[in-house]
Design a protein. Structure first.
Length: 118
């Protein structure tokens, strides 16, 4: 079954991302795969994903442990600054993010993707 409304922001080098993609495929879902490190999401896309996650806090999708996060001094950054940083530095975006319709999950652990398939 093809599910055109399922999208995964995917990093093939990440085991959690590979695991989430594998779970989708095992369930017969052929998601749209966005290699977000190559095609960085826009600020608008980030805001949209946050809404689908049920938050407006960019830290919900930010890899705060990344050296780049510290290098940019984002610890005390406001939401606008953080959104701009995520759009400019996609490696700071948590992975994978799986989107289905008007809902999304950060699939860490990978099994969280199953929440979208209910």
């Amino acid at each position: 079954m093809s599910e055109p409304d399922v999208t995964i922001w995917h990093n093939p080098r990440c085991s959690k991302s590979r695991g989430a993609l594998e779970l989708l495929i095992e369930r017969g879902i052929d998601p749209s795969v966005v290699l977000y490190l190559e095609t960085s999401p826009t600020r608008g896309q980030l805001v949209d994903v946050l809404a689908k996650l049920g938050t407006d806090d960019p830290r919900a999708i930010t890899r705060t442990g990344e050296p780049r996060y510290r290098d940019l001094g984002l610890g005390g950054a406001d939401n606008d600054t953080l959104l701009d940083a995520l759009a400019a530095n996609p490696a700071l975006i948590e992975r994978p993010i799986v989107i289905r319709g008007d809902r999304a999950v950060v699939a860490r652990p990978s099994e969280r993707v199953l929440e979208l398939l209910d």
